[in-house]
Design a protein around this ligand. Sequence first.
Ligand code: NOJ
Length: 573
Amino acid sequence: MGPMTVTAPSSSGTLRPAPGAPADDRQRAWWRTAVIYQVFLRSFADGNGDGVGDVPGLRSRLGHLAALGVDAVWVNPWYPSPMVDVGYDVADYRDVDPRFGTLADAEALVAEAHALGLRVLLDIVPNHTSSAHPWFRAALAGDPAARARYLFRPGRGPGGDLPPNDWESCFRGPAWTRTVDADGRPGEWYLHMFAPEQPDLDWTSPEVRAEFEDVLRFWFDRGVDGFRVDVAHGLVKAPGLPDARGADRRTEPHPGWDQDGVHEVYRQWRAVADAYDPPRVFVAEAWVPRPERLPLYLRPDELHTAFEFDPLHVAWRPGPWRRVVERGLAAAAASGAPSAWALTNHDVVRQVTRYARSQPPEKGSNEAERARWGTEAPDLELGRWRARAAATMTMALPGAAYLYSGEELGLQEVEDIPDARRLDPIHTRSGGTDPGRDGSRVPLPWSGTEPPYGFSPPGSAPTWLPQPSGWAGLTAAAQEADPGSTLRLYRTLLARRRQLMTGPEPLEWLSAPEGVLAFARGAAQCWVSFGPDDVALPEGWRVVVSSRPGVDAVLPPDTAVWLVPVGAPEPAA
Ligand code: NOJ
């Protein structure tokens, strides 16, 4: 493996402060190197004892996040919602669901987070509303102005009995549902790229555009620092809604996704965000089928960052991982926007579990991963070591990084949730053949030796998803007391990352033995072994962070370390 230099994002010099730039400029560019913690609110901490996480619970646990050392939190949707898709079905964009708290709780959270030096990002869901949103109710009642905000179309075939086109829902089945007219007769169809309870908005409507700009301002005025943009590539559809003719939305151009018209929306949003001091920021969830189109979302007058999704599914193997890192850094160099790395989120199988079974040649998928739960036993200890090594590697990469609730505790996917307790529409819409995403969304264990592990106050209702019986050793309290724990590793990683890995230096690949990736970031190096053999670490270098306790001169399999030259001053604690 020859040395190679990948230049870190640098083209937008005005956005990226030089190392000696005034502190104020560095503050404004915080998102370029930030570690952002995704709070899956309903599973983070339960303040009121109903078995569902909430804003008071999050407020009570902000200390955990400050101690972890993250720069910001991203809170999954907390708006009033029928919760068909854990809140990604929004009925009111300007309030908080009573199960999660009140608007006053939300304002207090923002203030308390800011006092701790943590920024707050929310999740905006602009592609669709809930079918319980007043706009959609009015649309179903026949109000033409309300119908123009959604995508209602007559059906095809005799009597309009067939859907208007051949698009499929991401949650399986047709992306269209037929309505019933006031006289009881079958009416038009409406489009929903997700569940029928999530009707897609028509972003050619000026009212839709004005409404979302106003929603952005509503939260920005309350001090919110930015938004994760749900389904950012979906808002605008091809004119005429033509058939997709079998195109796979994940790998091929599709008239329902990634249309050029969406960029005008983000230019308007960027102007809204830039009018604030400090400017507010956006991170896009944009699954574009052609990677070369992702930088379009990241032009200087559009969104700030977009998630790198390759790490969510890449195999635990050196070749595929190196390709993922190179692609991400090349995209960052092309756009001038930093990479936004994530090993997991609430939509994918947790990495401990992904790495606990045999690895695919290059990459896996949620469906393939879940399909083998019944047939291949997981080696969770192995998965945990690999997950720790993966975190040690990604925390050393240039750019921003996202952590998902429970990742810092090394939680595995909960595979044995009884079907009757599963709530994800993917499970129901697959006719029960796919277990869906609930296993990555189980309430966090905070303390104690049995469920609810401090998630809810004593005497509370059962947690909304059952927790497994074996999590006593994984609670935050247990790991706090153990210097070798995953929690303590993450804290060390975040603290040392600030000292060693956030500079503007490019990433330089180093020669390394088979099975190992090694790269330099300025004065520090990161070495990652994917196994199967022990490997000697270079002489003249000293281990300052290790994903496995006790590593010194030899790098064991499934382990990552950060090195500094022998004699380099010990970074401040
Ligand atoms: C992406 C979200 O991450 C996912 O959880 C949700 O189901 C869909 N968007 C629909 O909003």
